[in-house]
Design a protein around this ligand. Sequence first.
Ligand code: SAM
Ligand code: SF4
Length: 337
Amino acid sequence: MTKPGEDNNVLVDTFKRKHNYLRISLTERCNLRCTYCMPADGIQLSPKEHIMTYEEIYTIAKEFVDHGVTKIRLTGGEPLVRKDVSLILDKLSSLPVELTLTTNGVIVDRFIEQFKKCGITSLNVSLDSLDSAKNENITRRSYFEKVYNNILLLVKEGFTVKVNCVLMKGFNDNEIIEFINLSKDLPVHIRFIEFMPFDGNRWNMEKLVSLQEIMDKVHSHFNQNEVVKLQDAPHDTTKSYKIKNYNGTFAIISSVTNPFCDGCNRIRLTANGQLKNCLFSSSETDLLTSLRQGKPITPIIAQTIKSKLKIRSGMDTLEKFKKIDGHNNRSMITIGG
Ligand code: SAM
Ligand code: SF4
């Protein structure tokens, strides 16, 4: 809690955006190898001693909560492969925040009771194809059945499930309608994500399926009066829709063609304790070293937030964005989406 006389604007940037949503990457490791996330040659993992311990994660998270963070998302790598993830979930669930996770779903079934105990009610699960062979192709592993069944299990157990699907032209853009139809009977929320550039993921604009292209497909399949636009909350990264009488919804995350930086309330902490004020920022602040040296971390957090640029870390036009090609940023697996 901010004490009298203390700066209560630690999480507010120069554009008056309040960062009350912290995303913590728990690990750089993963049990899948998605081509758009993990470079083909793998990554150089940080030495174990450079990865935050569970106590350090809690200490940093608490500092953020004391300054106004109300939501924490655990991500990775795959957050559930970290050995002490249960301990971390327990510790963080003692904070007054909405706690949630983004997971590839492979081992979710082992954590159902733990999620309930920790008050987790909603999870994002990644699934890029409804075809087992294609899924193997993109994840370089064969866990389709497992992930699909775990999504069904989460729904059955009463969790809100958002299904993250990164679209790539010529690969899975022919499954858009099939994915939306998954929300006919199942109360799941499909989220189509525009393919973004990160180190080693061979991004190019031609592979991207844009918001416009997705909606063109939707409108060519469904009647206009069947496609209902839903109200998006101010900080939502999604443009949400529903097909009339379907149980679930679908949405589009258009970071490339329609960035949503105006309402951005997110700040990211990597597994090795670096603070990133934007997914696309090439610079980061070393919070962990300062914490280990016993220095106060609040001024460092405030400075990192204050230095956040208005749009996509300076890439305010699509032209500038196309030029980055991911090379001046980490690979996604070491950021945490
Ligand atoms: N392993 C977990 C998972 O896959 O859900 C959490 C980490 S993963 C990095 C978080 C999210 O980032 C996933 O939904 C994934 O699809 C998304 N992602 C990874 N690389 C991406 C890229 N190049 N463009 C868009 N989304 C990406
Ligand atoms: Fe692993 Fe998630 Fe990246 Fe796929 S998207 S390689 S599951 S961290």
